[in-house]
Design a protein. Structure first.
Length: 59
């Protein structure tokens, strides 16, 4: 069993763990996320879609 991680509709990672690290994110930017459950290379279930916005950089 594994999970596919999508950001802005692009597959960014595939993992068999319950966590993922996101790097290279831009400040003050909205990202749409989706996680799907995969069995035998077939995506069978999408968990809730959600959006998050990174914090702006303050100087």
């Amino acid at each position: 069993m594994k999970y596919h991680i999508y950001m802005n509709d692009d597959l960014i990672d595939s993992t068999d763990t319950n966590h993922v690290s996101l790097t290279g994110l831009k400040p003050d930017t909205l990202y749409k996320m989706r996680v799907t459950f995969v069995i035998r290379e077939e995506e069978i279930m999408a968990f809730d879609d959600y959006s998050t916005t990174t914090l702006p950089i303050y100087s």
